[in-house]
Write a protein that binds this ligand. Structure first.
Ligand SMILES: NC(=O)CCC(=O)C(=O)O
Length: 260
């Protein structure tokens, strides 16, 4: 099964939700010219890392963002791995990835499990508790957020439960671009899965971001990679290739989980 995916590598206006909704909407419109099946947005794309004002600007139960994504998905008949948003709940504010199907249904919400202290997330955000496993058109995927890719055991927990492609949404700084690229390629090779990673472009008061969204195949080959600036990155993935690679080197059969 071949699936076309587009990553919206957008710059994000710091703390300005309405501006970001408008920008995302127009970039998605543009991405639709290539007729993707799935569109991916970056991490915290409605607010950026405006963490000190989260109390004021976080989306109550992510309602506004969910409704925005549902409308867009239905209008364009496209699945959305709708990036993450600051989601105000009774358990604190979560960094929540929203998956919306082309029928306008909220399929899954995944809240970032590993909070990134270097960017003060632990001071303003609460951590999630559940996996980012979801299904679209009968196909199982995993979805994780940025810093999560440094935890191979977390990614493995998704691929052992059937994920054949991993979506990563991120605000990854340019200062660690080589980590971003290497970790994504490693996660693809060791899990023999596709990795579709959507980073943001631009800068905020604290960081310059790396861009370099990537689509990587289960052999670790880069199918498409963006530059540093704002860009829509599109590529096709063929999920049969996952089975082929897993047959050639059967790491899922050869694992010794009883020993580690
Ligand atoms: N937004 C993030 O989680 C950034 C993670 C990061 O930069 C890293 O080096 O890890």
């Amino acid at each position: 099964m071949t699936i076309k995916v587009s990553c919206i590598q957008m710059d994000i206006a710091f703390g300005l939700q309405e501006e970001n909704y408008k920008k995302a909407s127009s970039l998605i419109e543009k991405a639709m010219l290539e007729q993707p099946n799935i569109i991916v947005l970056p991490e915290l794309w409605t607010t950026g890392y405006d963490l000190t004002r989260l109390d004021e600007i976080a989306d109550e139960q992510a309602e506004k963002s969910i409704s925005f994504l549902k409308n867009i998905a239905q209008k364009h008949q496209v699945h959305l791995v709708g990036g993450s948003v600051a989601n105000k709940t009774s358990d604190g504010t979560l960094n929540t990835l929203l998956i919306v199907s082309k029928h306008g249904e909220l399929v899954h919400q995944y809240s970032k499990l590993h909070l990134f202290k270097l960017m003060d997330e632990h001071l303003y955000l609460s951590a999630g508790q559940e996996k980012g496993l979801f299904s679209l058109d009968g196909q199982i995927y995993g979805g994780v957020i940025c810093y999560d890719i440094r935890f191979p055991e977390w990614i493995r927990a998704h691929t052992t439960e059937g994920a054949e492609a991993l979506f990563v949404v991120a605000e990854w700084p340019l200062a660690r671009l080589n980590h971003w690229r290497s970790l994504l390629i490693a996660r693809a090779i060791e899990n023999q899965c596709y990795v579709i990673a959507c980073n943001r472009a631009g800068s905020d008061p604290n960081n310059q971001f790396a861009g370099h969204s990537m689509i990587i195949d289960p052999w670790g080959e880069i199918i498409a990679e963006a530059g540093e600036g704002e860009e829509i990155l599109t590529g096709s993935i063929d999920l049969n290739k996952v089975k082929e690679v897993r047959k050639m080197i059967p790491i899922f059969d050869d694992r010794r989980p009883e020993l580690y």
